[in-house]
Design a protein around this ligand. Structure first.
Ligand code: FS2
Ligand code: SF4
Length: 525
């Protein structure tokens, strides 16, 4: 096993099992589907075709904390190989185009499917950066597809990227692919932004965090459609629906907040789920990442859907007639109400429309010096104790600064009550990591208003990463020309010194260090 894809990767890689709970066998299945997908993409590209949304779902399933289900990976693998083998052979095609394991032993013993089979460390690093970006791209694309939005140019790039695995490309050509991934990422995030408008324009919303006295279902992950369908299926059922983690921003959408039994948010980020979910008492639906292997106190209450899977947990499959939530609802009816975690009310829904509707006031506050700087603190939360840095950084920011955020990193500071500047909240939460595009729209609108480039604005970037959606968001920001992004709490282990050197010299990428030093570096004090 050789996995380096997330911020928790051991150095140089998780090898005996993942910090995330991924086993060697699951890691091998993930390597196998990725290797086979590259073979499929190679033949499709040669035939002038592209992968379909199924390939995006498979990539999504290999993201950190999505699927631990070897049986489903085995089904994926068979389907990829069957698809590939229906395509004509290509003269000189690489080995992934004909790899055909006949047993789990074959998969476990196949050295060539692992990324560390790519001998040149810098080429491996560049392909890893591309592949992890592609995973984020595929995840965001899958979210858009669920809501009926598609774009063949995204599938075309996923095909090109996957097909590049064994091609004799130079480091420069591979760097260009990585940057192209960021560019396509912007297109995809914009597509998802449009797709999410199926539920209306997000409104700035205060979210209740005190549970009621009825039993509840906890919904986590990012899939707004699953939440909407569940809200519809539980009307007048005597139960309440709560959000967890990345589902918090759902409360801002008019078509979701209209349901009175969308009761509130329960708990904080994915990283705290084992402690928080054990107290929820009712069933929990995981719609997408991030799933931590559940503890015995609540494993029997965990349901998965979409690409998410965990052995021994009930999976709700897609169905042409809509997903069947009846088991989940039956279990909820017999549950005790959630235990109060005594967390404060939270604010969300500060997406681009809501913030730009206040643009006149924001510009006036900038011109009068009442807002001196914005700090984009978007990205991920995680288990690493070093992430308390983000709480301390937020606390230490001067009162004339405003945090722009999206993603689950906000749970490090969204309960701090950092106040407001003449009515503008000092923490503007645009939504999920899926809504990172909102931050781009806000920055571009400010650049337009001040007639300057995006790097001349009073905006600094202190981004926290954990998994591969964050890799894609980072590449998207780089492709937009954003410079001097600070990244933490540690740099990716899959980036070699030579690749890092390119990122530093071209984009000014810098690692976070200490709160005091970084406040200076980011011109916050
Ligand atoms: Fe949290 Fe980071 Fe959203 Fe993940 S913002 S860990 O990418 O998908 O959540
Ligand atoms: Fe390790 Fe992260 Fe890979 Fe899990 S996803 S095995 S924690 S590098």
């Amino acid at each position: 096993m050789y996995c380096q894809q997330c911020q928790e990767s051991k150095i140089p890689a998780c090898s005996l099992g993942g910090v995330c709970g991924k086993s060697k066998t699951t890691a091998a299945y993930q390597d196998a589907v990725l290797y086979a997908l590259s073979g499929l993409a190679y033949r499709l590209e040669a035939a002038g075709k592209t992968v379909d949304p199924f390939a995006a779902e498979v990539l999504f399933a290999t993201l950190t904390n999505v699927s631990f289900d070897n049986a489903r990976f085995s089904v994926y693998l068979e389907r990829i190989i069957a698809q590939r083998d229906r395509l004509p052979k290509v003269a000189g095609e690489p080995a992934e185009c004909s790899w055909n394991p006949s047993s789990e032993e074959d998969i476990l013993s196949a050295k060539e499917i692992s990324l560390d089979a790519i001998e040149n460390a810098d080429i491996r690093s560049l392909y890893s950066l591309l592949l992890f970006g592609l995973k984020g791209l595929a995840a965001y694309y899958s979210h858009a597809v669920v809501l009926g939005k598609t774009d063949d140019t995204i599938l075309s790039f996923i095909t090109k990227g996957l097909a590049s695995r064994s091609k004799p490309l130079s480091a420069d050509e591979r760097t260009a692919l990585v940057l192209e991934c960021g560019k396509v990422g912007v297109t995809c995030l914009a597509l998802l932004d449009t797709a999410n408008h199926a539920y209306g324009v997000p409104e700035i919303t205060k979210v209740n965090t005190t549970p009621g006295n009825r039993p509840g279902i906890l919904v986590t992950g990012h899939d707004l459609k699953d939440l909407k369908d569940l809200l519809q299926a539980t009307q007048n059922a005597g139960i309440d629906i709560y959000t967890h983690g990345e589902m918090l921003p759902a409360h801002a959408y008019p078509a979701l907040k209209k349901y009175p039994h969308l009761k509130g948010n329960y708990g904080t980020s994915w990283a705290n789920q084992r402690a928080e979910m054990a107290k929820f008492n009712g069933p929990i639906l995981f719609t997408t990442n991030c799933l931590v292997p559940p503890g015995p106190e609540y494993k029997h209450l965990v349901f998965t859907t979409g690409a998410v899977g965990f052995p021994g947990c009930h999976h709700i499959p897609d169905s042409p007639n809509g997903k069947d939530f009846s088991l989940l609802i039956d279990l909820a009816r017999r549950a005790a109400p959630p235990t109060d975690l005594h967390t404060p009310e939270l604010l969300t829904g500060c997406a681009h429309e809501a913030v730009l509707s206040l643009a006149g006031k924001v510009i006036e506050l900038i011109n009068t010096g009442k807002i001196r700087r914005f700090v984009v603190m978007a990205g991920c939360d995680g288990r690493d104790p070093a992430r308390s840095y983000y709480t301390e950084f937020a606390k230490a920011l001067p009162k004339d600064t405003v945090i722009l955020t999206a993603g689950c990193a906000k749970y490090r500071y969204n309960a701090l009550d950092l106040g407001d500047i003449d009515g503008i909240p000092r923490v503007l939460d645009a939504g999920q990591c899926n809504d990172s595009y909102s931050l781009v729209v806000i920055a571009l609108a400010l650049a337009d208003a001040f007639k300057c480039g995006v790097n001349e604005l009073p905006i600094s970037y202190n981004i926290a990463w954990y998994e591969q959606k964050a890799v894609l968001v980072l590449l998207a920001l780089l492709s937009l020309g954003v410079k001097d992004i600070m990244l933490g709490p540690s740099l990716p282990t899959f980036v070699t010194p030579a690749v890092l050197d390119v990122l530093v010299k071209t984009f000014g990428l810098q690692p976070s260090t200490t709160v005091d030093a970084d406040l200076q570096t980011l011109k916050c004090v």
